[in-house]
Design a protein around this ligand. Structure first.
Ligand SMILES: Cc1cc2nc3c(=O)[nH]c(=O)nc-3n(C[C@H](O)[C@H](O)[C@H](O)COP(=O)(O)OP(=O)(O)OC[C@H]3O[C@@H](n4cnc5c(N)ncnc54)[C@H](O)[C@@H]3O)c2cc1C
Length: 433
């Protein structure tokens, strides 16, 4: 008779695959359910097809989460260093590009392939094209009954919900994990698109569409500064995009949802200290005498930006610099550091890389076991935890997948472990914890 603990993992994304092979590594009999025809499809589109799977510049500051202490404990249990040794142990060579971690091949498919091969090696039962639509906990039998979309039912002693989120999916898709969690008594914190573009009705955007520029961007909600990010800003005909915009987009999304006033203030000279900037502009004013305003601005920033600045200042491009005078030129140059864009919305979930909100993080313990239903675990983006751009969301998927898989499998001992973590490696984070 097979006495193995039977565990179901619902959702074969990044977190579900790691949860499944960790639990199998600790001796459980694991079935991994996936509603799509293949496992781990989302991984293929990560990092523009290169998969930014982690980041050595790590801290919980990179995450939005209601309980950072609990989150920190989890990253001590399975850190970025543990992910590195885990991936190396299953055959993936990883490269470090300024702390950003990628597969050495720069192919996201390599990450998926090593995970898939390891699932097979650890004899995880993989059930694709099987959407789990119902989960019931039977108190008498102390088991979970899972029902798929065809009405077929199976029983398991433990269940891990790793269904991901609606981010990047068609409208209405990706809500299944929340439904299962809700039916099992959990609260779902309001979901919002995260890592997404911001929309604006400003007229000048059409003229700036396509421009990419290094900038510093302040995010203001009801006139209060909430965040500052620097990096490559991209203008589109409907608004603004780029990594710095993605980083604070979820703050904007929640604020707009609460009908708050949201705007960004752009600094097109983020590398300049104010004093140096004043001297620079003044010296230019003197050395470029005889030129028109348009010519004076040539060579400072992108031409399309210069033209919008001239128009916003109510000036004519052909006016001579000395005719305009220093106070007017200085006012024009100040505009480059305080350029305001009023934000009217965020792009929909379909365009988002991640989803903010989800299953209440307060309803799971540090082992990622539900505080409401014993034997039920959660992993990945289905939970109310989301990270910034830079490999932090996949890191959360690996960490939470490992913790849920290991704890669901119980019976963890150093001898029987193949659960994914190289026990001989003392993680650097662990030393810190
Ligand atoms: C375009 C894009 C680029 C990204 N790039 C990066 C990056 O470079 N670095 C980074 O860190 N993060 C990146 N992310 C975010 C990262 O991909 C996700 O945070 C991560 O994949 C979440 O993993 P998950 O396991 O929680 O969910 P998912 O990967 O979404 O997996 C959930 C799985 O569950 C399945 N499922 C759902 N419901 C059911 C059900 N009821 N029954 C059976 N199966 C079900 C789904 O089909 C899916 O396969 C990116 C996201 C996108 C969209």
């Amino acid at each position: 008779m097979n006495n193995k603990l039977k565990i179901a993992v619902v959702g074969a994304g990044a977190s579900g695959m790691v949860a499944a092979l960790t639990a199998a590594g600790y001796g459980a009999e694991v079935t991994l359910f996936e509603k799509k025809d293949r496992v781990g499809k989302k991984i293929l589109s990560t990092g523009n097809g290169k998969c930014n799977l982690g980041n050595l510049n790590f801290s919980t500051e990179q995450y939005y989460c209601r309980d950072k202490k609990k989150l920190h404990k989890m990253f001590c249990l399975f850190s970025v260093w543990d992910s590195l040794s885990f991936f190396e142990s299953i055959g993936l060579m990883v490269k470090n590009k300024n702390d950003y971690l990628y597969p050495r091949s720069e192919q996201a498919s390599a990450v998926l392939d090593v995970l898939r091969m390891e699932l097979i090696r650890r004899k995880v039962h993989i059930a694709t094209e099987t959407e789990i639509t119902k989960a019931v906990y039977c108190k008498d039998g102390k088991c979970f009954r899972l029902t798929d979309f065809m009405g077929k039912t199976c029983s398991f002693q433990k269940v891990i919900i790793a269904c991901g989120s609606p981010a990047s999916l068609k409208q209405g898709d990706g809500l299944g994990g929340y439904k299962l969690a809700k039916e099992l008594g959990h609260t779902i914190r309001q979901i919002m698109p995260g890592l997404v573009q911001l929309r604006s009705d400003e007229r000048f955007l059409k003229a700036l569409s396509g421009v990419r520029v290094q900038a510093g961007i302040h995010l203001l909600v009801n006139e209060r500064e909430e965040d500052y990010e620097a990096g490559e800003l991209q203008f589109t005909d409907y608004g603004i995009s780029g990594i710095p915009v993605f980083q604070f987009s979820r703050i904007a999304a929640y604020a707009l949802n609460e009908k708050k006033n949201v705007k960004v203030i752009i600094d097109f000279f983020p590398e300049q200290e104010e004093k140096c900037f004043t001297v620079l502009c003044r010296l230019r004013y003197e050395s470029q005498a005889g030129k028109s305003i348009e010519e004076y601005l040539t060579g400072t920033t992108n031409k399309k930006i210069n033209m919008v600045m001239i128009k916003q200042a109510g000036l004519k491009p052909g006016t001579k610099v000395e005719e305009a005078g220093w106070p007017v030129i200085w006012k024009l140059m100040r505009q480059y550091r305080t350029f305001v864009i009023h934000i009217s919305g965020v792009n929909p979930m379909e365009n988002a890389q991640v989803c903010a909100g989800g299953v209440d993080f307060g309803q799971v313990n540090v082992n990622l076991e539900s505080e409401i239903v014993k034997g039920l675990y959660f992993a990945g983006e289905v939970l109310d935890v989301d990270g910034k751009c830079g490999g932090y969301n996949l890191q959360w998927a690996w960490t939470s997948g490992y913790i849920a898989g290991r704890n669901a499998a119980e019976g963890f001992t150093e001898k029987n472990t193949e659960g994914g973590k190289n026990q001989k490696t003392v993680s650097k984070d662990k030393e810190k914890c």
